[in-house]
Design a protein around this ligand. Structure first.
Ligand code: ADP
Length: 240
């Protein structure tokens, strides 16, 4: 199966001497194209660091990250900025929408910055999947949390990125809005073949994925393919 992103011997160390923290401890990992991969593990085990390094938002201490055939370590700042803009989507826990722009303007923003127009059919498909058609002219303050996060997801999808990373995207939502958001993400994978990596604490969210990776102490310690909720809970009980 083609690989969307790969980490090779990825080491990330924060701080020095007594303050040194090994956030990623020589991680080797391949994320397949067109699949929904979830990452679980206790707080502080390195999930966000892994996501940020895979997305080119942070750099490794040593080792490498490849997005498709591109080695992120070989890019200068401008090239990395362009790669993040054109080939990667990121959804944060805080929606990070611009308050003075409408939903439609927020969604188009990555294209506007790049001086391009979104493909109208693609935009229409995203808006349909995310059930945003009747909210496009609202500003963020006029939208519910769930709607705002769906706008943030649409913004991440609009450039047709090679891969979308989502760090606890339902973390600020009530359970119904969270469940809805995750169902929409699942649909984006199924309908558009979108590659997606989701960090989550929620076994129900992880159970929607095609593959769950378990992390502990900066390492990937296991995985389950086509996970059931029972298998995830079992794994969590025995310690990931
Ligand atoms: P998770 O997302 O699984 O909660 P993180 O990737 O945020 O874990 O953190 C992994 C480890 O790295 C933790 O011990 C955390 O305290 C440490 N860490 C994360 N970011 C920094 C930073 N900017 N400076 C120093 N230590 C950090």
């Amino acid at each position: 199966m083609p690989v969307a992103v790969r980490a090779v011997d990825a080491l990330k160390v924060y701080g020095e001497g007594q303050n040194e923290v090994i956030a990623l401890n020589h991680v080797d990992l391949e994320i397949a194209q067109g699949r929904f991969t979830a990452i679980m593990g206790p707080s502080g085990c390195g999930k966000s660091t892994l996501l940020h390094c895979l997305a080119g938002l942070d750099s490794l201490t040593s080792g490498k990250v490849m997005v498709g055939e591109t080695d992120l370590g070989g890019l200068d700042d401008d090239e990395l900025t362009r790669l993040r803009r054109d080939r990667i989507g990121f959804v944060f826990q805080a929606y990070n929408l611009l308050p003075m722009l409408t939903a439609a303007e927020n969604i188009r923003l990555p294209m506007t910055i790049a001086g391009r127009e979104p493909d109208p059919d693609w935009l229409e498909a995203i808006v349909e999947v995310l059930h945003l058609a009747d909210r496009m002219h609202h500003r963020p303050a006029e939208l519910s949390g769930g709607q705002q996060q769906r706008v943030a997801v649409a913004r991440a999808l609009v450039t047709r990125p090679d891969i979308v990373f989502a760090d606890e995207p339902a973390g600020n939502l009530d359970s119904r809005a969270g469940t809805e958001l995750l169902a929409f993400l699942r649909e984006a994978v199924d309908r558009f073949g979108q590659s997606l990596v989701l960090v989550t604490h929620d076994p129900n969210a992880a159970a929607l994925s095609d593959r769950v990776l378990f992390m502990a102490d900066g390492s990937v310690t296991g995985e389950i393919n086509a996970p059931s909720i029972e298998a995830i809970l079992d794994r969590a009980r025995t310690g990931a």
